[in-house]
Design a protein around this ligand. Structure first.
Ligand code: UDP
Ligand code: MG
Length: 318
């Protein structure tokens, strides 16, 4: 298929989703058939260790609209989406999870908004079905926290499920940073953006691949890459602890004068001060460390991912 012929590209990151890929393909193709224009389904196999790649390969041989990239190892969801964006050839590029939590049936409504002239159409969750209270609560807090602190306006309760115009993807593709928080980068680009609303289904099959630790790490790195506020927090903490120390020394002085025999004035106060100051220092060093860690990742400038196999891009040189 020639590049200028493809109208819609669908990027589907896959990490051990073997049991659900065929259902994903069936439901997606059903929807895409109803759209006017040619499509490509771009599966990005993010180092799965189950039968995902074999199934995708088979799909590619039976349906030439299916193409794929397969990483040398697991690089993470955001990197998989980035690779998809690098290779997608459509005029409108849609990112959708491979576990059917983002309903493909919403695509026509999203595409309709694109036809109305919006360059970015993101899907906003109004409800999450069958996800744990902890996940719902942490997601709720995180989206509001980052919205409050980030230097740009990142919409709340939106995942990566979205449509982006070629213009937007071209810009994302030349952004050099290695920390790929797609939702943030997408908001940074600007352009005309709008939301469509949906209820997030439970996973079709299998377990969530984002463990609590992976989600926490994504939350910290996205916060660090979109906001300098935490650095300021450590300065504020420093001022607050200095004020607290000053107040406490007055208190100790007062106590010493009014209760000369009380043991509280000595060791207890010193211990309290030591704990207070050292914890403030540790927090500040930790926050600095996060930023230095990110600078370190950026300057190493390694490729974002390694490709072990591709299907459907034989005449491409990227
Ligand atoms: N995924 C991936 N690499 C990873 C983890 C997840 O490509 O390291 C894919 C996964 O197969 C799915 C999507 O990213 O298609 C979202 O993952 P998951 O469902 O685990 O996230 P959640 O819906 O819990 O946020
Ligand atoms: Mg999911």
């Amino acid at each position: 298929m020639r590049q200028d012929e493809i109208k819609y590209s669908l990027i589907i990151p896959i990490y051990n989703e073997g049991e659900g890929i065929l259902e994903m393909y069936r439901r997606t193709i059903n929807v895409l058939d109803s759209l006017n224009g040619s499509v490509e389904l771009l599966f990005v196999n993010d180092g799965s260790c189950d039968e995902s790649l074999t199934i995708i390969r088979k799909l590619h041989h039976t349906d030439r609209r299916v193409c794929y990239l397969s990483f040398g190892r697991n690089f993470g969801h955001q990197v998989a989406v980035t690779a998809g964006l690098n290779f997608a050839r459509g005029k409108a590029i849609i990112v959708i999870d491979g576990d059917l939590q983002d309903p493909p049936e919403l695509i026509p409504e999203i595409v309709e908004k694109w036809h109305q002239g919006y360059e970015i159409v993101y899907a906003k969750r109004v409800q999450r079905h069958k996800e744990s209270c902890l996940k719902r609560f942490t997601a709720y807090v995180f989206y509001r926290f980052i919205r409050h602190l980030a230097d740009i306006d990142i919409p709340t309760d939106t995942g990566d499920f979205c449509l982006m115009d070629r213009k937007v993807v071209r810009i994302l593709n030349v952004m050099p940073e290695r920390n790929r928080y797609i939702r943030g980068l997408r908001a940074w680009v600007g352009f005309k953006q709008t939301a469509v609303y949906f209820e997030r289904d439970p996973r079709f099959l299998g377990e969530a691949k984002y463990t609590f630790c992976k989600s926490l790490s994504l939350a910290v790195s996205s916060l660090v890459s979109f906001s300098k506020a935490p650095l300021r927090i450590s300065t504020y903490l420093g001022f607050a602890s200095a004020t607290a120390a000053l107040l406490m020394s007055f208190l100790v002085l007062y106590w010493r004068i009014s209760h000369p025999d009380s043991p509280l004035t000595g060791l207890t106060m010193i211990m309290m001060l030591v704990f207070l100051l050292s914890s403030v220092q540790l927090i500040s060093v930790g926050i600095l460390g996060e930023y230095i860690g990110q600078i370190f990742e950026e300057v190493k400038n390694r490729p974002l991912y390694t490709l072990a196999e591709v299907g459907g891009f034989e005449n491409q040189d990227n």
